[in-house]
Design a protein around this ligand. Structure first.
Ligand code: ADP
Ligand code: ADP
Ligand code: MG
Length: 449
């Protein structure tokens, strides 16, 4: 096992990784930006190094700064968490060259999956159904027209290196194609440093269903069931649950087997998530793979009892999947609500100082957070303040526990989307498991007080 691990992240996920390291008896190094000087991950780590100013490009995304911190503190490995450098093949390579283990899959695999159009081709060749679309990057307007004529409207133009719900453009009719294509390329260049886009057929009223996988460096891969993440705003997840209310056992088994087989072929060796869209007929189509720990990993942990972050670290240290995970049995149902510092109606960010912070507890309740009373939510990073997870023997019990926990969760000083979560949980269609990715667009607005 590693002696010392550097955590190249902040917020709740930095604390989550810290906890896993402590359980494994591994010493920890936190890195932080000037804006995070007083954060809990800095306080709880064995050592902490400031890596630059608030802007993430100058701190959490600055590879030389992170590597210098790792070298000064003499760590064996770096855990990148999610976001930031977690899906940077370049960073994973620099770690390797510096003789530091990157806790994640091999750089080549990160690169393969990071170009979403290449990942599509690779996964299709490995036996997964993919959303119909362009065979690769769409280079110019003429090619866009040809692809569009071939797959039909409506369609999505997507940034090859997109992520976090950004870099997607819906095109309903032929007359909008050329302009949308050029805008999408420009936006992709701006946001991701590459103009490369590809085209996918729009799946109407889809459900987002994803499989959690774990692989080791000895060629073994397993899956730990699926998560349903269809409650989204702006293509970003707001509520996730496991199992999916709509996936039947037969589909779970056949698709799970196909996922495992495909990832064995690419030599996948860490935690990862394979994302699908499910159309109204029930068919699943691959959209992308995230080669990192996912924000919503706790719902899978609650249902399977497997500690995914601890597993990631042990697998990176070379242990075998059979020793790390062993036999497990899924039980009950888990739901996660992302508590973002945002206006619950407009989703406008609401950074600032938290005055009151009261966290719920009780049977089946888990809260992952780095927030506390008097903490400041800075405007520079994502708006996640806490993840509230409820587990129950079945979905109905998980929902009731979640409702109680939302009532007991008090955050003052900033706005959060707790009121929105209460409305979602109370909605008859949500309770019946009857929803798709457009659910929030149709949710009746909050009653005026
Ligand atoms: P998950 O797939 O785990 O649900 P999210 O899409 O919510 O993850 O993203 C988690 C965090 O990572 C967010 O802060 C998001 O903005 C960031 N992120 C994800 N992908 C990218 C990317 N390609 N470029 C920049 N940031 C990203
Ligand atoms: P990101 O890398 O930003 O996570 P994804 O490709 O995973 O992007 O897509 C994020 C979300 O966008 C999906 O969960 C879905 O709601 C929507 N989406 C993406 N592709 C399509 C598509 N072809 N048809 C319909 N919705 C889509
Ligand atoms: Mg995605």
């Amino acid at each position: 096992m590693f002696k010392k691990v550097l955590i190249a992240n902040r917020g709740e996920i930095a604390l989550r990784i810290l906890a896993a390291c402590k359980e494994l008896g591994v010493r920890t190094v936190a890195v932080y930006s000037e804006a995070d000087r007083n954060s809990l991950h800095v306080r709880f780590a064995d050592e902490a190094v400031c890596i630059g100013p608030a802007r993430s490009s100058e701190s959490y995304l600055n590879i030389p700064h992170v590597i210098s911190a790792a070298e000064i503190t003499d760590v064996d490995a770096i855990h990148p968490g999610y976001g930031f450098l977690s899906e940077s093949a370049n960073f994973a390579e620099v770690c390797e060259a510096s003789h530091i283990t990157f806790i994640g899959p091999a750089p080549g695999v990160i690169r393969l999956m990071g170009e979403k159009n290449i990942a599509r081709g690779e996964m299709e060749a490995a036996g997964l159904p993919v959303v119909p679309g362009s065979p690769g990057i769409v280079e110019n307007e003429d090619e866009a027209k040809r692809v569009a004529a071939d797959i039909g409207y409506p369609l999505m133009i997507k940034a090859a290196e997109g992520g976090g719900g950004r870099g997607m453009r819906l095109v309903r009719t032929k007359k909008d194609l050329v302009q949308a294509f050029n805008t999408a390329r420009g936006e992709s260049q701006q946001a991701f440093g590459s103009p490369n886009v590809y085209i996918e057929k729009l799946i109407e009223r889809p459900r987002h269903i994803e499989f959690q996988v774990l692989g080791d460096s000895h060629g073994n891969v397993i899956h730990l069931g699926e998560r349903e993440c269809s409650i989204q705003r702006r293509h970003q997840k707001v509520i996730e649950e496991s199992p999916s209310p709509v996936l039947d056992d037969a589909t779970r088994t056949t698709m799970g087997d196909k996922v495992v087989e495909a990832l064995r072929k690419v030599g996948y060796s860490s935690a990862g998530t394979v994302e699908f869209l499910r159309d109204e007929s029930g068919s699943l189509y691959f959209i992308e793979m995230n080669t990192r720990i996912q924000v919503e990993h706790p719902v899978t942990e609650m249902v399977t009892g497997v500690d995914l972050v601890k597993s990631q670290i042990r697998l990176a240290a070379g242990e075998k999947l059979g020793d790390v995970v062993g036999p497990f049995q899924s039980s009950g149902h888990a739901i996660e609500c992302r508590i973002n510092a945002e206006d619950p109606n407009t989703f406008a960010p609401s950074p600032g100082r938290i005055t009151t912070f009261r966290v719920p507890g009780g049977p089946g309740i888990r809260v992952d957070t780095a927030a506390h009373a008097d903490a400041v939510i800075p405007p520079y990073y994502d708006s996640l303040v806490a993840k509230l997870i409820a587990h129950g023997r079945d979905r109905a019990e998980a929902i009731v526990r979640m409702e109680g926990a939302l009532d007991g969760f008090v955050v003052e000083g900033i706005k959060t989307i707790i009121p929105l979560h209460k409305r979602i949980l109370a909605d008859p269609d949500f309770r019946a498991g009857n929803f798709d990715t457009q659910f929030l667009e149709h949710l009746p607005p909050a009653a005026a007080k």
